[in-house]
Design a protein around this ligand. Sequence first.
Ligand code: BYC
Ligand code: FE
Ligand code: FE
Length: 482
Amino acid sequence: MLENLDVDYDGLIPNNVGLNQDARVRRALETWHPGYIDWWKDMGPEGFQDSLVYLRTAVGVDPEGWAKFGFVKMPDYKWGILLAPKVEGRTIPFGHHKGEPAWQDVPGEYRAMLRRLLVIQGDTEPASVEQQRHLGATAPSLYDMRNLFQVNVEEGRHLWAMVYLLQKYFGKDGREEAEELLRRRSGHQDTPRMLGAFNEATPDWLSFFMFTHFTDRDGKMQLAALAQSGFDPLSRTCRFMLTEEAHHMFVGESGVGRIIERTCQAMREAGIGDPTDSERVRALGVIDLPTVQKKINLHFSLTLDLFGNEISTNAANAFNAGLKGRYREDKLTDDHQLLTATYPVLRLRDGVIVREDVPALSALNMRLRDDYVDDCEGGITRWNKLIERNDCAFRLALPHVAFNRRIGEFTSVETDPEGRLLDAASWQARRDAFLPSADDNAYLGSLMRPVHAAGDFAPWIAPPKAGIDNKPGDYEYVKIEA
Ligand code: BYC
Ligand code: FE
Ligand code: FE
């Protein structure tokens, strides 16, 4: 147990997987490293590569004190390979092989399925860095700029985590996949990233906060499902990744919260009682709450697509194989095989949305998505409390799961955010009331002006409650001219 907590921090690649004793994998990773750095310089944060950034670096896997903070130039960040400690005697928690010893090596019959899961997971990590690469230029404060870069370097580390598994357990195929992960590009016409939401633009900071709130939360759910895996190295990898994920969602939730707070405050000061009077609110230079709602509608619906089809044989196969479990599988008290269970799914039947019980095995994507929606509801409740505390007569809400979907049951229809079906003409007529319009985006764009003085914040966002690592409010988190 103890050796798992020891991190070798001396070499090129900090790790707790004994890379020094594993010449083959170390060589493969060291060969991959220059390509990764080239990718980071080309596709990672634009500008600021020579700036000193106050970043946390993972230096251990002990839940207390796993990270240390310090100034680093991003290309010199120590992207390490860290697995949560091995649990002695762990068994496969679900599926056909439930109760058998957890696999320490790739089960031959599931090799292709496992590789695909690792590649899809790996692909999202650099994709998000690419999507966010222009945001440094318009950071509303040094605090926010630092948080952006923190998220970016950790998504980079998540790519390393998947590349390690590919190179260690999949030999030549794994090395080829690792190269491909550096070759695909978010939004590229010919070589796009694999999943829809990761090819969308993140044009402004409200989008960034929504992305880290909603889409990083898909990351949390998927990693939690993979952390249950009977393939032990994947389980241990994902368990440690989840430690980092919490901060990404904090950045999103608190970022949106600070925008809401600033808007309410400006409205109060100006004596504006109607939060839907967007014109007057915008004249104050803050983000009107209806625009926040539209961004919620967009990012929530795009992220729901990442759960795949409601009814999925891929998901059933991955569960039966013991590779991908349910959210908190270890806390659930059923047979963990789902031999006879059913699960309710919303489906489109003759133009009507109905609830239907289907075999639970086939509905695992739906189930994970439901757990995700619950988690998102918590965020909405907290934002609404903030609005209420500010005496503002406005409430945010998640749109219906059928709204604006491109994957699954509702691909072929359009609905309003309450889930009422709309014909094509009504959708066209009302689209801009539901989703950010060109005007909304242009307004947000007009607010995106960088603020570089330590302790200052753009006028559309409130300062955070506390600094990172207990630093004071005027801390210089990024030394731009290092
Ligand atoms: N876009 O049986 P189905 C994160 C494809 S986020 C495009 O419904 P399955 C992060 C699917 O590939 C977490 N294609 O789907 C967040 C399949 O194609 P093939 C990322 C899609 O396989 C922020 C076909 O449709 N991790 O970490 O059950 C920042 C039928 O598929 C999409 C994972 O996703 C889509 N949205 O479920 C940084 C975990 N959806 O095979 C990072 C690993 C489906 O027929 N991935 N398709 O050609 C998985 O577990 C599953 O692959 C999915 C899809 C949940 C994604
Ligand atoms: Fe990640
Ligand atoms: Fe993340």
